[in-house]
Design a protein around this ligand. Structure first.
Ligand code: ZN
Length: 87
């Protein structure tokens, strides 16, 4: 098992969150961790190493955090035509 697979389905609450907040957010990540409002907005992606994180801000209470993503799959693959002189 790799370290990344070990992170998937992590039941331990991240720093700053109670286990109850973490469980609720994992169950429904469209709602604010802190006030439960549905008006959270995803911002830009940032890359730390090879795993992206997306900043999320709650417009109601002003809380913000980063959703950390683990690659599980890809979809919508489009293969370009071979470029002449390319590799
Ligand atoms: Zn909030």
């Amino acid at each position: 098992m790799t370290e990344r697979e070990g992170l998937r389905g992590n039941d331990e609450s991240p720093q700053g969150l109670t286990p109850a907040q973490w469980a609720a957010y994992k169950a429904d990540s469209s709602k604010c961790i802190f006030c439960g409002d549905g008006g959270i907005v995803g911002g830009s992606f940032e890359y730390c190493g090879d795993s992206p994180s997306q900043k999320v801000t709650c417009e109601k209470c002003g809380a913000s955090w980063f959703d950390d993503f683990t690659l599980t799959s890809v979809s919508g693959v489009e293969i370009p035509d071979p470029v002449e002189g390319g590799p």
